[in-house]
Design a protein around this ligand. Structure first.
Ligand code: BGP
Length: 492
């Protein structure tokens, strides 16, 4: 048998894309609640509506384009996909039962910070929010399902974003610390597996994270990264203090990249791109200090990080127990700025690989790349690895008889699981589990669309908010059930 006993087969979601109930039960606003839907296939981006100090309103495509003094708001005449999303808030019992039926041993979900602290930095937590997740975790346990909880998944409280510029400010780190302490205390014994910050490597430049200025101001971007690392290390140390049984992991948006040609220049460019893109974040969170290549870069740029006493020691103490990734696609890197055609990917753009096909959204499909990256991680760090996101975003057709025949998704899953299996069986990678993304349909993070579906469970909801939110099993549901119940042995 290749996958170990107790392998965490399951599915992954995030509150901002799944939960809905955006003001129910005392929840406050998060940045995600101010983001409209877009139209990814036609290149229409998601936007924010922001209010200027004189009361006028403007539309901006990213927070960092907001003029000084502008604040993102919820406009009553605009449709916001996260407000209902696919309504886990009112369907949690049904959804957990379906996951159990599919054979899930683990469900990855995130706690919405603003359900616990509506402004992010309130003195007291919101009991109704705490109780909601307690019910959810108990329901998981009823079926023997391990919850895998992301503490922060693209849901910066709007108050912290508008008033403090999100993670650029130390105030956000302090508020996060209090939030972590609250949830680790409350869910002690109910949750064992945790992830600190979703895709920490793209948090400074992703629109949901509440930063106004970033790329234009490198000092701010680096300070923001430092704060995210300090926040993550605090989460790990607090989580271990409160319950030494807790297993707390990092989460990185991963992409294999290949040198576009075999020139030494392309090889070196690829090495540097991979460090910048992902290894830096792993190096810090697994080893507990900034690697020499980053120290040199900061020196060259004249950037001095503002640290508080004890921060360096905290980073050392707060190293993670395991390494988790989202993996969807790969790309190529070249030292020649004019080489090749461009490709999109999960937050990572690069040069298209002429040997590989892409999804409807232009993401390169590369199962072998998953085996490569699992090996690279294992070779570099020698700590357990988990794939906590992977999957195919596609348009699904509901047939007249109600069936959804998503054979393309089954093929995608089969090929990726086969490569994971080789990584375990042939290479000896210590793989803990596999939770494919959006195993039940959720709103897309990148585009705000509903039609970009990843699920094995279909949810009746469209891009305009029409649908009765009923759940339906796709053909892939039974395929995954077979895979999970055979511990990954039956892949045909
Ligand atoms: C990752 C996020 C998820 C998820 C996924 C798919 O970056 O962690 O939240 O959404 O990508 O991306 P998208 O929804 O843009 O298709």
């Amino acid at each position: 048998m290749s996958f170990k006993e107790g392998f965490l087969w399951g599915g992954a979601t995030a509150a901002n894309q799944y939960e809905g109930g955006y003001l129910s039960g005392g929840k406050g606003l998060a940045v995600a609640d101010t983001l409209t839907g877009g139209d990814g296939i036609h290149g229409v981006p998601r936007v924010f509506i922001a209010e200027m100090p004189d009361g006028s309103r403007i539309k901006v495509t990213s927070r960092e384009d907001m003029p000084a003094g502008a604040k993102a708001i919820v406009d009553p005449d605009t449709y916001y996909p996260s407000h209902v999303a696919t309504d886990f808030y009112h369907h949690w019992q049904e959804d957990i039962a379906l996951s159990a039926e599919m054979g899930c041993k683990c469900i990855r979900l995130s706690i919405n910070w603003t359900r616990i602290f509506p402004n992010g930095d309130d003195a007291e937590p919101n009991e109704e929010g705490l109780q909601f997740y307690e019910n959810v975790f108990k329901e998981c346990r009823k079926y023997g399902i391990e919850p895998l909880v992301t503490i922060y998944h693209f849901d910066c409280p709007l108050h912290l974003a508008n008033e403090y510029d999100g993670w650029v400010s130390r105030h956000t780190v302090d508020a996060f610390e209090n939030y972590c302490r609250t949830i680790f205390t409350r869910y002690k014994g109910l949750v064992k597996y945790w992830l600190t910050i979703n895709e920490i490597n793209i948090n400074t430049n992703f629109m949901m994270n509440g930063v106004h200025e970033h790329l234009s101001n490198k000092q701010n971007a680096e300070q923001c990264r430092w704060h995210l690392f300090v926040g993550s290390a605090k989460a790990v140390t607090i989580g271990h203090e409160i319950d030494p049984e807790n297993k707390i992991g990092l989460m990185i948006c991963d992409s294999s990249s290949y040198p576009y040609t075999c020139t030494p220049e392309d090889y070196l460019e690829n090495l540097e791109a991979a460090r910048k893109r992902q290894w830096f974040y792993g190096d810090v969170q697994v080893r507990g200090y900034y690697p020499s290549y980053k120290v040199k870069e900061l020196e060259r740029e004249g950037i001095v990080l503002k640290k508080e006493d004890g921060d360096d020691e905290l980073l050392k103490k707060g190293v993670v127990d395991f390494y988790s990734i989202s993996y969807y696609s790969s790309h190529c890197v070249s030292a020649d700025p004019n080489a090749g055609g461009k490709t999109e990917g999960n937050m990572v753009n690069g040069i298209a690989n002429p040997h590989l096909k892409t999804s409807e959204w232009g993401w390169v499909v590369d199962p072998v790349g998953l085996r490569i990256t699992l090996n690279e991680i294992w070779d570099r760090y020698q700590i357990p690895v988990m794939v906590v996101e992977n999957g195919l975003g596609a348009i699904d057709k509901v047939e007249e008889d109600g069936s959804i025949n998503d054979d393309y998704r089954i093929d995608y899953m089969r090929e990726h699981i086969k490569e994971m299996k080789k990584a375990v069986e042939l290479d000896g990678v210590d793989l803990m589990g596999y939770t494919p993304w959006g195993y039940i349909d959720v709103v897309s993070a990148g585009t705000g669309e509903m039609r970009k579906r990843y699920g094995f469970i279909y949810v009746d909801m469209d891009d305009e908010g029409n649908g009765d939110l009923s759940r339906h099993k796709k053909k892939s549901f039974s395929y995954m059930q077979k895979v999970y119940n055979s511990n990954g042995e039956d892949l045909d």
